[in-house]
Ligand binder design. Structure first.
Ligand code: PEP
Ligand code: MN
Length: 240
């Protein structure tokens, strides 16, 4: 694939929970030809008592599995400078999540120390187009070329949507107009498994640069974001 037609589809569980769980996902990603996998070891959680991610143990597993899955590339969220330092040599894509979109010191640190393939910047669920692009500007003015930035639309908090979130395609289209690569996260953008694939399909039809989809070997057992997790079988069917 040349860079013009490259799709940045990203699949994987909300959080990495065990070696077996992540490896089951990697096998499927390899089979369906999706090369970017969610390899999330640090989880920003609303409640401090919720699972916070496998952290260092997860990083050890990711390093261990890398030679076995040479075609896969890890997408890892960082919430702090320390997370970045631990993942800079492990992740192909550094993810900055919705909650950290305006963590300006983190944006500056990532830009100053960046040596990865891409940085993925999600729009905060209450942030405007202008704020999103201004955060991207922090990355650019810190030295990251624009073509190494992938913007990810993950939905807005909504008073009217029954799931509490509305996927905001207008923000995504305007980010594309501004010359960025843009992908659609239809998992966090819908919050319910039954809506994830229809909206991913819409995103592909609208010619975005890719989709992010959360999938789990056993969705009912997913430790985080269980309601939006789709099965690996459904994921496989979709990419066929
Ligand atoms: C995620 O993708 O793991 C995540 C936490 O999403 P968001 O930042 O969009 O809530
Ligand atoms: Mn999630």
């Amino acid at each position: 694939m040349d860079s013009k037609t490259q799709r940045f589809n990203i699949v994987g569980p909300c959080s990495m929970e065990s070696r077996d769980q992540i490896e089951a996902v990697f096998k499927v990603a390899q089979t369906i030809g999706v090369s970017y996998v969610r390899a999330q070891v640090f989880k920003p959680r609303t409640n401090p008592n919720s699972f916070q991610g496998m952290a260092d143990e997860g990083i050890t597993i990711l390093k261990d599995l890398a030679p076995k899955y040479p075609d896969l590339k890890y997408v890892c969220e960082v919430c702090s400078n320390e997370h970045f330092d631990k993942l800079v040599n492990v992740a192909s894509v550094i993810q900055i999540g919705a909650r950290n979109m305006q963590n300006f010191e983190l944006l500056k640190y990532v830009a100053a120390n960046f040596k990865n393939e891409f940085v993925l910047l999600k729009r905060g669920f209450s942030n405007t187009q202008k704020e999103w692009l201004s955060s991207a500007e922090y990355l650019i003015s810190g030295g990251i070329p624009k073509d190494k930035i992938i913007l990810c639309e993950r939905g807005s908090r909504s008073f009217t949507s029954p799931t509490g979130v509305s996927l905001d395609f207008i923000n995504a289209l305007m980010a594309k107009e501004a010359g960025f690569k843009v992908i659609i996260d239809s998992s966090h953008g819908t919050k319910e498994a039954r809506f994830v694939l229809p909206l991913a399909k819409a995103a592909i039809a609208m010619d975005f640069d890719g989709v992010m989809i959360e999938a789990h070997p056993n969705p009912a057992e997913s430790v985080s974001d269980r309601d939006q997790a789709i099965s690996l079988e459904a994921l496989t069917d979709f990419f066929k």
